[in-house]
Design a protein around this ligand. Structure first.
Ligand SMILES: NC(=O)c1ccc[n+]([C@@H]2O[C@H](COP(=O)([O-])OP(=O)(O)OC[C@H]3O[C@@H](n4cnc5c(N)ncnc54)[C@H](O)[C@@H]3O)[C@@H](O)[C@H]2O)c1
Ligand SMILES: O=C(O)C(=O)CC1(C(=O)O)C=CC(O)C=C1
Length: 297
């Protein structure tokens, strides 16, 4: 499908995409771009790409360039590579925030927008780096393509086709809708998990608390083991939506605090029951969607 795919940032997402592209024989040559010689060596040892090259060399013969770095590294990568990029090359990304990146591109490198397909796979995990990368990470997961007025339709369909061949379900939405949705469903839970862990670690008896914490705490806070740089970048680049979600969540915490303070048993029961029903229904719908997708595979 592609002659050369260049992946900038061969971590969890970039490494997993490279593994799938190789397994599905969708790229004749896989080129990696790494930040340090240590990650370059690790990437080559893991065998996820054929060669690691400096950015400008890595993109000059690419027909697809995938940006898989933390959000705030993307603009400088684009600025550095743009004059070396073939005009027919497609650029895409796997970043978790879309409006900020689009606005920066529009302001600083608008001529690149027709060839830039903004994308976000809703798949990942709390471990980072190429050692965490794996095959089939994207199978039966959503990939969101965020629409822009500038992007080439043909290039978009090539990127959609690539994700579909890797088993993903592709959806399209506006940049703003994307950022509002994932602020609530992804960015907010991560901020809460980091805060809950920090709340415990600021207690005088923290060691005892962590020793005695049970599965509930560790289930709830799995995502607090995620990469700090990545999550700093997400919070900063999706600041407005994350703040709105935090304010909404704060109101819920205040509400349940009042119910507990008043020992309002009926209201507490209703509050917890409503949450259980909503989560259980969401899980059932998800399981049905996965079963249906597997049936049609
Ligand atoms: N982890 C997830 O669950 C997840 C899910 C969906 C999307 N994302 C997004 O994908 C992107 C990558 O996340 P990840 O989880 O793969 O992170 P990661 O830390 O596993 O990988 C990022 C890689 O980028 C490299 N890097 C950083 N700056 C670079 C630069 N200037 N040039 C070249 N390489 C550079 C790092 O060394 C690292 O190898 C982020 O933008 C993140 O928001 C992550
Ligand atoms: O599964 C996880 O641990 C993740 O955090 C994956 C997850 C999320 O669901 O919040 C994280 C960031 C994304 O941009 C998309 C997916």
């Amino acid at each position: 499908m592609f002659n050369q795919v260049t992946i900038v940032g061969t971590g969890l997402l970039g490494g997993s995409l490279a593994r799938d592209l190789r397994e599905q024989r969708l790229a004749r040559l896989l080129v990696g771009v790494c930040r340090s010689s240590e990650t370059a060596q690790e990437t080559l040892d893991a065998g996820v790409v054929d060669v690691v090259l400096p950015l400008t060399q890595a993109v000059q013969d690419a027909d697809l360039v995938v940006l898989a770095t933390p959000m705030q590294a993307m603009l400088s990568v684009i600025t550095e590579m743009r004059t070396h990029l073939p005009p027919a090359a497609i650029i895409t990304d796997v970043g978790s925030v879309k409006t900020d990146l689009y606005n920066q591109l529009k302001q600083q490198v608008p001529d690149i927008l027709p060839q830039f397909v903004l994308a976000h796979p809703i798949a990942g995990g709390e471990n980072s780096g190429v050692s965490a990368s794996k095959l089939k990470l994207f199978q039966n997961k959503h990939v969101i393509i965020t629409q822009t007025t500038e992007v080439d339709v043909q290039m978009t369909s090539i990127v959609v086709d690539m994700w579909q061949r890797l088993g993903a379900h592709v959806l399209s939405m506006s940049l703003q809708e994307h950022d509002a949705i994932f602020a609530k469903t992804s960015h907010l839970p991560h901020v809460i998990a980091f805060s809950l862990v920090n709340f415990l670690s600021h207690q005088p008896d923290r060691e005892r608390l962590f020793d005695l914490a049970a599965a509930g705490f560790y289930d709830f806070t799995r995502i607090a083991s995620s990469n700090a740089e990545m999550w700093r970048d997400i919070c900063v680049t999706n600041r407005e939506q994350v703040l709105a979600a935090l304010d909404g969540f704060h109101a819920q915490i205040e509400g349940i605090r009042d119910l507990v303070a008043n020992a309002d048993q009926a209201a507490i029961l209703e509050y917890f029951g409503a949450a259980k029903a909503a989560r259980d229904a969401g899980l059932i719908k998800r399981a049905e969607a996965i079963a249906q997708a597997q049936d049609t595979d």
